[in-house]
Write a protein that binds this ligand. Sequence first.
Ligand code: ZN
Ligand code: ZN
Length: 740
Amino acid sequence: MSNQFVVSVAVPVPLRKTFDYLPSPSAPDRAQYNAGKRCVVPVGRRLLTGVILGTHEAPQVSHDRLRPIEKILDPDNTIPNPVLSLCRWISDYYHAPIGEVLLNALPPLMRQQRTWVQLEASVSTTIWHASTKSAEAKRPRGSKQKLLLELLLQSTSGMEQKDIISQGYTSAQLRSLQEKGLIGSTQVRHFSPPQRDNTNKPRLSDEQQLALQELEDNGHTPSPTLLEGITGSGKTEVYLEWIENRLNTLPSGQILVLVPEIALTPQTLRRFRARFGGNVTCYHSGLNESERLLTWMQVKEGNTHVVVATRSGILLPFKNLCGIIVDEEHDSSFKQQDNARYHARDLAIIRGQQSRCPVILGSATPSFESMNNVADGRYRHIRLSSRISATPLPKVYLIDVKSRPLEGGISPPLLQEIKSTISAGEQVMIFINRRGFAPVIMCVDCGWIAECQSCDVRLTYHRRQNLLKCHHCEKQYRLPPKCPKCESANLKPIGAGTERTEEFLEQQFPDYPVIRIDRDAIQNKGALEQKLTPIRDGAPCLIVGTQMLAKGHDFPNLTTVAVLNADGGLFSSDFRGAEKTAQLLIQVAGRAGRREKAGRVFIQTQFPDHPLLQLIRQHDYQGIYTSEMEMRRQGHFPPVHSMALIRGEAATLEDTLNSLWQMRDLLEATQHSLPSIHGPFPSLIQKKQNRFHGLIWLFSPEKPSLRKFLKHWLHLMESQKPKLSSKFRWLLDVDPIDTL
Ligand SMILES: [Zn+2]
Ligand SMILES: [Zn+2]
């Protein structure tokens, strides 16, 4: 009994360890417990799906306290080694429970207790066909069966079971014919490859051609490359050409293209499909469960060669990965905001090292993390500094709106520019960073402001629905008929959101369409496509929208872009505030003048002399990076230092801060080189959905020492079990993006 082996299993529970089990009585052989198979195991009184990580002889508890594995679900090598080791890396680096990491890396259907055979069947369809002997054989007696056989004899390529059933036959009749050997069936995956069309493949410009050559001259041990191309410089075309060449050299290879949000960038997927047709698969949370499982299987079998995916695509089981592209690498949606809080861009680098394949990070406004890696010589740097249209970048004008009247958020000089653009037959895009009609409802007599009852947040007025909405918890309120404090009926909407600007423009330009694009107007992917089509067609129109407009759109006749209020980002308490503002403004500005006609950008501000706006006016992103990095160096902020944060929440602010202080005491008791610890302090928005939020920040000059420190601290937390307030919840975020 003493040398009996036990099985180590990762189980999706919030504990940072694996669990030991005895082998299942029905599967006694050690070779049946190779790493990467799913199994069903008892946890407390429940049965959960876990992942086998291997076997050993030194269980954490004695054999008689171990329980056997209930059932093995998969054949060997179902979850391949690269995925297992990437998940181990995530678990280690982000201090996330390995079971949760592994199970979340799988498509939802694989998290259920279904065997691989059942899963295969769920994404397959049965095709019935007449067998060779059926033509000469005696006809069956039942007249229905006779008709069914004749039907199948007529169809040369066989028929799908559901089509047969829909014609009034039953599965019993099919089985009966099968038993007589008259018909047979095959299982086929649901899959209809779209058509490929590469008829109008554009010629690369000299600069694009040069960038492509540099990308391809990446030696035997490729280092990651930052492809920094200004807006409109044709990065996507370089990607497409690079992929095509790479797949010509490695016909069985697979390329992963990570994009921020597929629903918001339908044209990116369309361009990949146009170029590679049925070879392109996409993977994102908008797919249904069978589609996700099917894609996972196809990627694993190596049957699809270009995968366009959102962040979770980095965990797909590629058979033969030969390149990774992270497009718009600066986008914060690559950071996972729940469970394992990984950053897909950083995982792309790790995965590239594992698979020894090149990794390209592309952006017009790269993250300062990647710029810093270039400066330190860890990444190569390739630039695309001119637009393919040869039109220069748009000229940026700052409009001083200090003590100027605004109507619908628009100043008189800006209105003038909009008029001249529209009457020249061109399009105008107006960017405003808030949806709704007005961000504030105020009583003019006593100064009362409508706020959410559950959050420290002012309510936004949505006039179409005549509702006040909290943009944090989505709670809705009826507009009060009078002020709840002084009973005055003089309630006024202050400031402008997209709805108000839209309404004002409709009054000013009754002869032109005003197209609003924000989360209220776009509830699904189809709605966005519908709104984008007339804009792409080029008739003069006015487009009003939020940051949904910033992402990669290419509108040929759009020449004027206006930013109604840039000031929110200029004095942000977020140390990344300037970086995020610069990225957003440059991306929005980049929509203007992408073809023959030059573009113009107008930014309304009360602070036209602000250094950040001056640098944006000159399109000097490098200058913004240089001056911001000076500030980060002084403040020990990322990417100069590494950062982690602990976020806690409880029913009162006192409970939250008390518990965080307990955790801080343990941080200081940790026997390891101490990072600098700041806090606890309340979050920027303290109260959200009736919970009070607080933070502790940790900074360290070195990533490895921060990782070791946190590991020690988590051990202390588990062994010493500090007394935290009841209903206190906390999480640890390594390399956080949201830090307030
Ligand atoms: Zn009042
Ligand atoms: Zn709220």
